[in-house]
Write a protein that binds this ligand. Structure first.
Ligand SMILES: NC(=O)c1ccc[n+]([C@@H]2O[C@H](COP(=O)([O-])OP(=O)(O)OC[C@H]3O[C@@H](n4cnc5c(N)ncnc54)[C@H](O)[C@@H]3O)[C@@H](O)[C@H]2O)c1
Ligand SMILES: [Zn+2]
Length: 363
């Protein structure tokens, strides 16, 4: 078991990572003093597989609890769902209760739960129990909470840090290969932006990770959580362009998701394509060598993530790209690399280069 501290003054919290650690949760909650009444937000599959056992442990330790089941879909990240949960929490609340939220599931559950927690009574404590690789390495850490609007994903939200992140890596055993790969895309992102050694480790050990060997899985969750915690500590609110580096592969990735209407490619697959695009743009601008670009594409391909964009024309991606909220005025802004582990934020990348790279990736 490993504990990583996210140092944010009075908003500091621990990320606890390990196999079969859920039984330790009550002790952590008691120490935190987050509350006595757990409001558990989860989806139907996770409720049966993981949340019920957690609830039983909590009950044995004299926590009161209430379940809120949300549909297993990105559509749950909506103002309507958030509002309905807020009303349910208010109905559950009475003067005797000290309510805190526990999010059990992937990024959808975590983002929505954090959003609700930030709003109820101007903020109540929430705990993240992430159960996807993506959520364990990325979305559960850092306090970006959000719901979607029809105009775009994650448009309404707040920075609101959890009080604890509890990542039991044994929950990853039930992920489908596709979900595992999707989280792997974010793992590659961390390696490319921050950690050449992790990149080399992934090149060597990816088969063990894809076959869910626990030791390497735990080790990559820990490495990524450490990188993210470090970035959050230095730039919690994304004011200094440090947190921006986490968007490597996401500028084009988000545009691909939007151009495909959030169908076809899942987040990790779109980000994989975005990372190939970003590394090819870096290559065209002379920031990296051919060999480096090939290593990145090679690893993504070995994982079984896409490296060619199917059925979405370059023009549609560029159009979606210019609607992205990450634009500052009319300038585009890309997280590019100078090498594996070295980021460079570049503004005003010529449209011709973006177009050429996307056209070369059409397949
Ligand atoms: N807040 C952030 O910083 C941040 C960062 C990255 C992504 N996100 C958000 O995260 C969301 C994507 O997260 P996700 O990929 O975890 O998606 P998700 O929450 O939809 O989970 C993917 C699928 O895996 C299932 N699942 C979850 N745990 C499982 C398990 N242990 N075994 C089997 N199946 C399991 C879910 O039910 C779902 O069907 C997006 O909404 C994205 O915007 C947020
Ligand atoms: Zn992402």
């Amino acid at each position: 078991m490993k504990t990583i501290k996210v140092n944010l003054g009075e908003r500091s919290y621990d990320i606890v990572i390990g196999r079969g650690i859920l039984k330790l949760l009550p002790a952590y909650l008691k120490k935190l003093g987050a509350g006595s009444d757990a409001y558990i937000i989860t989806n139907p599959f996770i409720r049966d597989k993981y949340a019920r056992p957690i609830a039983n442990i909590l009950k044995k330790n004299r926590f009161a609890l209430r379940f809120r089941i949300i549909p297993d879909s990105e559509k749950s990240k909506s103002i309507a769902t958030a509002m309905s949960i807020l009303k349910d929490i208010a109905a559950y609340d009475d003067k005797k209760r000290a309510i805190f939220i526990i999010a059990i599931g992937g990024g959808v559950t975590g983002d929505l739960s954090g959003f609700v927690a930030s709003l109820y009574k101007r903020g109540i404590p929430y705990i993240q129990i992430p159960t996807t690789l993506l959520a364990q390495v990325d979305s559960s850490i850092g306090g970006k909470t959000a719901v979607d609007l029809k105009q775009g994903k994650n448009l309404v939200g707040a920075f609101y840090q959890p009080r604890l992140v509890f990542s039991d890596t044994s929950t990853l055993e039930s992920l489908t290969l596709r979900q595992l790969r999707s989280g792997f895309a974010e793992v590659i992102k961390y390696a490319v932006i921050k950690d050449g050694k992790l990149f080399a480790y992934l090149e060597k050990n990816y088969p063990d990770i894809l076959t869910l060997k626990m030791q390497p899985l735990e080790s990559i969750v820990e490495s990524c959580a450490r990188i993210k915690a470090d970035i959050i500590q230095r730039d919690e609110m994304e004011k200094k362009s440090i947190r921006t580096m986490l968007n490597f592969g996401h500028t084009i990735g988000h545009a691909i998701e939007a151009a495909a209407n959030y169908k076809g490619y899942n987040h990790g697959e779109a980000i994989a394509l975005g990372m190939v695009a970003a590394s090819n743009i870096s290559l065209k601008l002379g920031l990296i060598s051919d060999v480096t670009a090939q290593r990145i594409e090679g690893l993504i391909k070995k994982i079984g993530l896409p490296v060619r964009i199917k059925k979405i024309p370059a023009e549609a991606i560029i159009k979606a790209h210019y609607r992205d909220k990450k634009f500052i005025g009319s300038k585009n802004r890309f997280v590019l690399i100078n090498g594996i582990g070295k980021v460079s934020i570049v503004e005003n990348v010529p449209l011709g280069i973006i177009k050429e790279v996307l056209q070369n990736l059409a397949g």
